[in-house]
Design a binder for this molecule. Structure first.
Ligand code: FE
Length: 341
């Protein structure tokens, strides 16, 4: 009898624990990230401190992460997928991986042009023109279109046409100029190449500084990183180059994003929503600006980053970032056709 009572009470305890477990808030969050910046460490540990939710992070290239999420299927532990470039987020969305997060806080803080139904941006970067001050004048390279002019033959360095940064830029030009003009532009730029595309944005900037080419296009945070570098070689390189805000009398500088969304199969939906909201908090937004030289998406957040401040104000392309994704397959085909590999 005594044994039975004991057994019964431990059953009760077990039943209670299960009920309590169901009500307990998520204690962890599984983050699949294709964003690799050292400064992001502080971003995540700060979230852990604030919420008590542990962030388990899996970092890999975005194709690998997407493949993994698809293979894991319904059993995927992934709660959040974050990456850079709207075209990549749109790809994940097209695969049906995201679920919407209903949050009036997010809707209030992230401008409508920087989110879609299922994902949102938490920082922005611009794709700008970088030129060698001793080889060219700023006025000669004021617009993206100028890089296709015959005057710049043999002077243009670019990273690969298969990289999303260029594909998204191309998508925006298709939208603004029309497909045939955009293709003529890409062909003109490829004709002007000083060398075959190789390396990342920083490599292009360094090649411009070294005089191997006269002009390139690069994301602002690479430039800002070099501007803030203590390395003598970087400082010297920055003395050689100038930056132009492209297309200021036209449609404005091309903008892209870093962003993410909650996965449909997320086991910790509550933690996922909290995390996305956290990324738009004042503190997180300042991390993006100070740590990785990106602009906050939340308008009220003040930037203190000297490199970003030195770039000044500019006219940004006002295209909704989500709309670019529709043009990316066409953009890629154009690059392939004109030999911008
Ligand atoms: Fe990058």
């Amino acid at each position: 009898m005594r044994f039975r009572l004991l057994a019964f009470s431990s059953l009760l305890v077990a039943a209670f624990s299960v009920a309590a477990g169901a009500q307990t808030a998520d204690r962890q969050l599984n983050l699949y990230s294709a964003r690799h910046y050292q400064t992001d460490e502080a971003l995540y540990s700060n979230f852990e401190k604030q919420t008590g939710i542990k962030v388990n992070r899996i970092e890999a290239r975005e194709d690998e992460l997407l493949e993994r999420i698809r293979n894991e299927g319904m059993a995927s532990p992934a709660d959040i997928f974050i990456t850079v470039d709207a075209s990549r987020l749109a790809k994940a969305d097209d695969l049906g991986l995201f679920a919407p997060v209903k949050s009036t806080l997010l809707e209030g803080r992230v401008p409508a042009t920087l989110r879609s139904d299922n994902w949102l941006a938490f920082s922005t970067r611009a794709r700008v023109i970088v030129y060698n001050k001793f080889a060219l004048k700023a006025a000669e390279v004021a617009n993206y279109e100028d890089l296709a002019l015959p005057a710049l033959k043999g002077k243009v360095c670019m990273r690969s046409g298969s990289h999303p940064y260029n594909v998204s830029l191309m998508a925006s030009l298709i939208q603004h100029l029309g497909a045939s003009n955009a293709e003529a532009w890409a062909r003109g730029v490829a004709t002007n190449f000083a060398r075959s595309p190789k390396g990342g944005d920083t490599d292009q900037i360094m090649a411009v500084a070294a005089g191997e080419c006269g002009v390139t296009i690069a994301n602002t945070y690479y430039l800002a990183r070099l501007m803030r570098s203590d390395k003598p070689a970087d400082r010297k390189a920055m003395e050689q180059v100038g930056m132009v805000w492209p297309n200021q009398q036209r449609h404005g500088a091309h903008i892209n994003i870093s962003g993410g969304g909650m996965l449909k199969t997320a086991p910790h939906k509550e933690a996922a929503a909290k995390f996305l909201e956290y990324l738009t908090s004042e503190q997180a937004q300042i991390y993006f600006a100070d740590g990785n030289n990106e602009w906050p998406v939340v308008a009220s957040v003040k930037v203190n980053n000297p490199a970003l401040l030195s770039m000044g104000k500019f006219k940004a392309d006002s295209l909704a970032i989500g709309s670019l994704a529709k043009r990316t397959p066409e953009a890629q085909k154009i690059f392939d056709r004109v030999g911008w590999r």
